[in-house]
Design a protein. Structure first.
Length: 227
């Protein structure tokens, strides 16, 4: 039997070992808080967490934010070689004053980040040598009830499913429209945040990962014993 961390990995395993049972189970589980506090913000509080490199698509998010109507802020968590270029882009677009650069944060400080965000945006773009396979911060944010908007890069749509908004890679207009919808529809934003948390509780907590792993290997053994 073979376990892939996402559907992309499972497809590769199936091609490499035809006839062998394959399933998809997250590689890592997590433990979200028993309760979440979602304070109201006076403006749409957006967040980005990731390395500051071109494939993470922060430049696309900047260009989408320019089109937003109403008040908003963007908190950027991460560091990387593209930071200077991104800071210059923010200046050119006239949005530098709305962006809070937090730098790289240790994982144990992320829990303090989520209550301050209405929405986490993951605008990754696929390259010939890289694709999103898993995004721990995305799943953690969902577990805290944060609404998420992702591009359709790699495994991101699979992680979110219907518990968030998915837009095409590098589509500034589509990303801007999704964010504007969340700004204009607080009720829908809250609903998606709740659905995101429920999805994590059902699929990505340690207990769910352990249970699905055990069930898979039991099925593999049963099939083997029948033969």
């Amino acid at each position: 039997g073979l376990i892939g961390g996402n559907k992309l990995a499972a497809a590769l395993l199936t091609r490499a070992r035809p006839g062998v049972p394959v399933t998809v189970i997250p590689q890592l589980g997590l433990t979200p808080p028993l309760e979440t506090v979602r304070p109201e913000h006076e403006e749409l509080a957006l967040g980005f967490v990731g390395r500051l490199v071109p494939e993470k698509g922060l430049d696309t998010l900047f260009r989408a934010c320019v089109k937003l109507l109403g008040r908003w802020t963007l908190t950027v968590v991460g560091a990387g070689p593209a930071q200077e270029n991104l800071e210059r882009l923010a200046e050119r677009l006239g949005i530098a004053s709305r962006i809070h650069w937090r730098g790289a944060l240790p994982p144990d400080q992320f829990a303090e980040l989520w209550p301050g965000l209405d929405c986490l945006v993951v605008p990754s773009r696929t390259t010939p040598h890289w694709v999103e396979t898993f995004h721990p911060a995305l799943v953690e944010a969902m577990g805290h009830g944060v609404t998420v908007v992702v591009s359709d890069s790699g495994a991101l749509p699979e992680l979110v499913d219907t518990a968030g908004l998915v837009v095409p890679e590098d589509d500034v207009s589509a990303l801007s429209a999704a964010l504007q919808h969340l700004a204009d529809s607080p009720r829908d934003r809250i609903r998606l945040g709740r659905e995101a948390r429920l999805r994590v509780m059902a699929e990505y907590v340690d207990d769910a990962v352990a249970r699905r792993t055990l069930e898979f290997w039991e099925q593999v053994l049963q099939a083997r014993n029948r033969h």
